[in-house]
Design a protein around this ligand. Structure first.
Ligand code: MN
Length: 200
């Protein structure tokens, strides 16, 4: 059985940029729903019960058709959100350092040019979805709860949830204001760790 991971910080810890109300709703309601529906799908297909969520979503073709869409959407939701909480921190923001900083500068010209490019892609997602930074520092987007992993690629090193549920309470329909604020909570040490791990 899958379970909701604890947030690594208090619900109000990102309050200046992402309110306690949003964090509670997003974690306790939305993420919990993904976990609950994934568990219901596993009950219907118990042969999947030994698999991790990463295994499930990276091999959706091996998931029985009767539960494939549920696993894709809710397994994807569980996987994406489990990482999303870690990609934010009350000590976040600033800029990356070390090799990641150098590599982003080499690829985009400057950190600002990188964040502009990522933000532009995040704003271009039609409807609900995610924007991702890949280990090769390319940027991609996916609809709904798909992810690079579920699209047959490697895991992203950073991701941004641009579903309306992630920002509506604070920013109404202004995704641009939410994306701008989100840069202030990005947990760069976590991104740097994933960037290094991706090279091993
Ligand atoms: Mn979400």
């Amino acid at each position: 059985m899958f379970s909701l991971p604890d947030l690594p910080y208090a619900y109000d810890a990102l309050g200046k940029y992402i309110s306690k109300d949003i964090m509670e709703l997003h974690h306790l309601k939305h993420h919990q729903t993904y976990v609950d529906n994934l568990n219901k799908a596993i009950e219907q297909a118990p042969e999947l019960s030994h698999k991790s969520v990463e295994e499930l979503i990276s091999h959706l073709d091996e998931v029985p058709e009767s539960v494939r869409t549920i696993v894709r959407n809710h397994g994807g939701g569980h996987y994406n959100h489990s990482q999303f909480w870690l990609w934010m921190s009350p000590e976040g923001g600033h800029t990356p350092s070390g090799e990641l900083a150098d590599s982003l500068n080499a690829k985009y010209g400057s950190f600002q040019a990188f964040t502009d490019s990522f933000s532009k892609q995040a704003l271009s997602v039609f409807g609900s979805g995610w924007a991702w930074l890949m280990p090769d520092l390319s940027i991609m987007t996916t609809p709904n709860q798909d992810s690079p992993l579920s699209m047959g690629k490697s895991s992203a090193i950073l991701g941004l949830d641009v579903w309306e549920h992630a920002y509506y309470l604070d920013y109404k329909s202004s995704r641009a204001d939410y994306v701008k604020a989100w840069w202030n909570v990005v947990n760069w040490p976590e991104v740097e760790k994933r960037f290094q791990t991706s090279k091993d």
